[in-house]
Write a new protein. Structure first.
Length: 61
């Protein structure tokens, strides 16, 4: 009886640990995804500002 309870306990512990690792993986994936999206927005904004600057220079000079 005690052996079965011990096995069930460790089975539950392993399941909880797997779920915890899955949550950490999802959180890290979200952080990486948001950083990449932020970098992409910065690149697009930078290119837009540079292109806008050259268009203004071309139109006025």
């Amino acid at each position: 009886m005690e052996v079965r309870a011990f096995e069930e306990h460790w089975k539950d512990v392993c399941i909880a640990f797997e779920r915890h690792l899955k949550g950490i993986y999802i959180a890290l994936y979200g952080i990486v995804w948001h950083c990449m999206a932020f970098a992409l927005h910065c690149i697009v904004l930078y290119l837009f500002c540079v292109e806008l600057h050259f268009i203004i220079l071309y139109l006025y000079f």
